[in-house]
Design a protein around this ligand. Sequence first.
Ligand code: PAP
Length: 273
Amino acid sequence: MQQLFKSRPTDIFLASIPKSDTTWLKAMIFATLTCINNSLDQHPLNTHNPHQCVPYMEVEFAKGRNQILEVIPSPRVMNTHLPYSLSPNSIKESSCRIVYVWRDPKDVLVSMWFFAQKILGGADKMVTFDQFYEFFYQGLNSYGPTSNYVLGYWEESKRRPEKILFLKYKHILQEPVKYAKQLAHFMGCPYSETEENQNVVEQIVELCSFKILKDFDVNKYGKHMTRIDINFRNAYFFRKGEIRDWKNHMTQEMAEWLDNITKEKFKGSGLEI
Ligand code: PAP
């Protein structure tokens, strides 16, 4: 992928640590780019899971299907879970844009644990929450320790704000319309005054909301990835969609330990939990 992937200046990448909110941002970015051509009650998101609408770059490469990425018309939207340091140089060097979404690592951990339980199935493969916490605490997480990961994107977003838009899950949840507008502006397709007056932004936010997306048949009963050993149901990408669910799963002490590591790593960076 490092050698073969050629980024286009118009590309938009969604980057995140898994379980940070990729599904929602995929829906928002895709809906923003396609709302002009679709009435929202007939929009493809009514019948397609957001992961079917926006390809996952490294999975396409891993499956040898990278040609699929070549034929997507511009502007292409893709997601990646790669740390910034491992992104292909062509992404770093081109004027393409990256939307990064960050979530409190404690909520990422909880979300990841529930997801892992569902996809791995059989009790023989299960780890307890406490074991999972221990791995996470040591930085043993898919794609690496979360603090190092996020700092890579954070530092670059400070250096090149025109290239990386750094968003936080909790902020989007609190003010989705504000962030939907910021997202559209960053992607180079701001809403027109007419669209704003017609409440297009509010309608897109509603379409992409947890409560609406999760109830579409495709997201309740569908599948979009097939692997013999792993069971990926679309429903697994919609669990609670809340902040601070960690309070229901870890002790205050466990939370403080994780926060202390994060704060220590973030020291001097300007980034806060
Ligand atoms: P991925 O990295 O495997 O693609 P991702 O979408 O980043 O997963 O994370 C899933 C989380 O986003 C789930 O969080 P939870 O387990 O704490 O509930 C999921 O519920 C949440 N999520 C999915 N869609 C939405 C949405 N439309 N609004 C808010 N949260 C959402």
